[in-house]
Design a protein around this ligand. Sequence first.
Ligand code: ZN
Ligand code: ZN
Length: 174
Amino acid sequence: MASTTSSGSRFLLAGQAEDGWSNENEATATCFCGAVQLVFPLKAPGLVDTFICNCADCHKLTASMFASNFTVLDSHLRHHRGEENLTQYAQSKTVISKGNTMTNFFCKTCGSLMYRRGTGFPGASILRIGTVDDFNLMDTVLKPRIEQFVKDRAAWLSGGEGVEQCAGYFYGSN
Ligand SMILES: [Zn+2]
Ligand SMILES: [Zn+2]
């Protein structure tokens, strides 16, 4: 159900769920089929950072050319429904931080990747901007701050407008 509220929220037809919401402090992220819904914080310290990643892992992982991410503290992340409907895939052959095991949490019904957790950054989850129900947030609170692995970006993409560009890994050496 597409609708725009006076507060500037924007909900488009996107998947099965029609119960996404946002307020000043929190918002929902829902998988494509609607089985899994998360509630995440929109303010620090719960909301840690927002970034685009063009690394080779993110190409495979998203079946696309880049990932648009935001990091939240697990202490501020709630599973509103469907935690039992998440399946996990973990592996440690990652582009970032050798020996770091990344675990990906997917909806087992529709395959949406809801978040990733890494042994290299305990206590935090990396969510996907594309799963957020209020489309206004991707241009406001969740607009990416950093774009990393620009060196591996597809040549026909030019990068996020107004987003700080980083050739490799922004958050450390790899
Ligand atoms: Zn789903
Ligand atoms: Zn990446």
